[in-house]
Design a protein around this ligand. Structure first.
Ligand code: TMP
Length: 205
């Protein structure tokens, strides 16, 4: 049986990353072999590109091309071989993030994103995308509490993050089967219960 490809998305501060590990453990409990990975990153080259992308000022199209370059490598080295072996891949962000951040946040023409999407993974899409959504102010408060230094995206102003959130919600509205919106300003237990239900209905039955 082919493995499943599950992606996590959301604005910075939505708290999605803390659920990635939990979901992978839960799936392992269901007998699945699960890889946890992230974008940008996920391969040695991708992680080097990530360092540049999160710190180095660059042209918007350079940023977009590097995101997709890292993605191409990630698909080739990790995602596709794992799925072909029947294993599961849980990935913290994927192409919806490019539509939200480079498209929504920075205003890149969607047609260019579509060209790159078709080029890099026209043949493969996530089986399920969990979009963690919450009011911008709550996400901003969470980011403000972070002790580490903020990356290039986290440092952007509130209106940037507002556009990112709207673009994510717009993607969810246009891909209702694949993208499930999770209300992220709830307790950990409530969110886990929702995740369990969604995965059981969409991926295990
Ligand atoms: P992370 O903080 O969730 O690890 O993601 C790193 C940042 O990269 C996050 O602020 C969103 C951004 N990003 C994009 O702008 N475009 C993309 O395609 C991806 C995958 C991430």
């Amino acid at each position: 049986m082919k493995g499943k490809f599950i992606t996590f998305e959301g604005i910075d501060g939505a708290g999605k990353s803390s659920h990635v590990e939990w979901l992978a453990d839960w799936l392992r409990g269901q007998g699945k072999i699960v890889h946890i990975t992230r974008e940008p990153g996920g391969t040695p080259l991708g992680e080097r590109l990530r360092q540049l992308l999160l710190s180095e000022p660059m042209h918007l199209e350079t940023e977009t091309l590097l995101m997709f370059a890292a993605r191409r490598e990630h698909l080739a080295q990790l995602i596709e071989p794992a799925l072909a072996r029947g294993e599961w891949v849980v990935c913290d962000r994927f192409t919806d993030a490019s539509y939200a951040y480079q498209g929504g946040g920075r205003g890149l023409d969607r047609a260019k994103l579509l060209t790159l999407e078709n080029w890099v993974h026209g043949h493969i899409q996530p089986d399920l995308t969990l979009l963690f959504d919450l009011p911008l102010e709550v996400a901003r408060e969470r980011i403000a509490l972070t002790e580490r230094s903020l990356d290039r995206f986290e440092q952007e102003k509130a209106d940037f993050h507002h556009r990112v959130r709207l673009a994510y919600l717009e993607r969810a509205a246009t891909h209702p089967g694949r993208i499930q919106v999770i209300q992220a300003d709830r307790s950990l237990e409530d969110i886990r219960k929702t995740l369990e239900e969604i995965i059981t209905t969409n991926c295990l039955k």
